[in-house]
Design a protein around this ligand. Structure first.
Ligand SMILES: *[C@@H]1O[C@H](CO)[C@@H](O)[C@H](O)[C@H]1NC(C)=O
Ligand SMILES: *[C@@H]1O[C@H](CO)[C@@H](O)[C@H](O)[C@H]1NC(C)=O
Ligand SMILES: *[C@@H]1O[C@H](CO)[C@@H](O)[C@H](O)[C@H]1NC(C)=O
Ligand SMILES: *[C@@H]1O[C@H](CO)[C@@H](O)[C@H](O)[C@H]1NC(C)=O
Length: 352
């Protein structure tokens, strides 16, 4: 009876929301339909034994089950990312006072790179009912709302990842607090007056101010619109450590295989000093014999070494010394399908 009641309440809330908000802002799949979450893996141009276009990508969501080669190019607005962002670009949601949005990137399009902000990239767009949080690794992306969907040529050469999750409004209250730790560079945003009381942190970030923090890091559980659990780890620049070794591996209680962008001479080596270890991935093999080296991959993700732990995280930071002093975070999932997709593509890692 309880579950039935809950279901009824949920359905009622959803119907009420549709009536009140009109549109259902959400992550969109390759066909433009709403989805709970999706992940894309944009392939690097330089693969082993092959030079690609730099704009092809693989797509994953709960209905496709495993990596699918997209028939679209990432520099057109036809794929999942374009379909999702077009809710901002085409719907002109950016002019609306009934929705909140933020485009953030330490390396924004056009503008100069400023140090001091978090090393984090993404998009928030939501109204009083729901919306999406897209977090990704692509520099100078996405374009300003007035420009429409554009993909920068600087994002073509290396591999990149993006994770989009659809959340109800209440979850964005938590995400707003998490954002304060990241201290992202909001290069274009709008937090209309009606949202100020609910999320003062987003309003401050949107004005270019730095919200006060209670601590140097924070972890929060987030539930997608379909109830999928994501755990969000965020650190400010005041937590000076490698997020993977110094915190997340120990907090999750799992040895991690970490794929990040490590420039030669600056990389943190695989580390087995603490109870849980972090080991650098060196080569990736995606389905269809797509083989490439981590030094051509700008994405940032990790998986538990052992299958039983089934954890996958996507995020902001590289295993590089300088990144210990930057704000940034990870969104972790315990979904077996996501785990399988990422664990299976680890072709070679450096143990210790
Ligand atoms: C996308 O990128 C490819 C490869 O660089 C290029 O050939 C194509 O013209 C681009 N398309 C658009 C719409 O920019
Ligand atoms: C929101 O925008 C509408 C239409 O532009 C306007 O009528 C309304 O007064 C605005 N509301 C607030 C709170 O600014
Ligand atoms: C950014 O966002 C604001 C408010 O939504 C908008 O008015 C402004 O023109 C936008 N564009 C740029 C280039 O700053
Ligand atoms: C391993 O990582 C921890 C936490 O970041 C650090 O304190 C320690 O010095 C590292 N050990 C080595 C050998 O790099």
């Amino acid at each position: 009876m309880d579950t039935c009641f809950c279901l009824c309440v949920r359905i009622f809330i959803m119907l009420w929301c549709c009536a009140v908000c009109g549109t259902d802002i959400s992550c969109r799949n390759e066909a433009g339909e709403p989805v709970d979450w999706f992940i894309i893996y944009k392939l690097p141009r330089d693969k082993i034994g092959e030079v690609g276009s730099g704009v092809d990508y693989m797509y994953l969501d709960s209905s496709v089950g495993s990596w699918q080669m997209s028939k679209f190019m990432v520099n057109t607005s036809q794929g999942a990312i374009g379909n999702t962002l077009n809710q901002l670009y085409m719907g002109e949601a950016y002019k609306s006072n009934s929705s909140v949005y933020a485009l953030y990137n330490d390396a924004p399009p056009i503008l100069k790179y400023l140090k001091g902000y978090g090393h984090t990239k993404g998009v928030l767009l939501f109204n009083r009912c729901q919306g999406f949080w897209l977090s990704h690794s692509i520099p100078r992306f996405p374009s300003f709302p007035e420009k429409g969907y554009l993909y920068p040529s600087s994002g073509k050469v290396n591999g990149q990842t993006a994770l989009c999750v659809t959340y109800q409004y209440e979850q964005f209250l938590l995400i707003a607090k998490q954002m304060a730790y990241l201290y992202p560079r909001f290069y274009n945003c709008s937090v209309p007056a009606a949202f100020l009381a609910d999320m003062p942190q987003l309003a401050q970030l949107c004005k270019g101010a730095k919200p006060p923090l209670a601590s140097d890091k924070a972890v929060e559980q987030l539930f997608s619109i379909e109830g999928e659990k994501f755990v969000n780890f965020v650190k400010s620049e005041r937590f000076v450590d490698d997020i993977y070794t110094g915190w997340v591996a120990q907090a999750l209680g799992a040895d991690l295989l970490v794929e990040t962008w490590q420039t030669q001479g600056h990389e943190l080596p695989s580390n087995c000093s603490l109870p849980k270890h972090t080991m650098n991935v060196k080569r990736i093999q995606l389905p269809g014999s797509i083989l490439f080296l981590s030094r051509h991959d700008h994405s940032k993700w990790c998986v538990s070494r052992v299958y039983e732990e089934q954890v996958t995280c996507l995020g902001d930071l590289n295993r590089e010394r300088a990144q210990m002093w930057r704000g940034g975070g990870l969104v972790c999932s315990f979904n077996p399908l996501i785990y399988k997709a990422f664990r299976q593509v680890v072709d070679w890692y450096i143990g210790c």
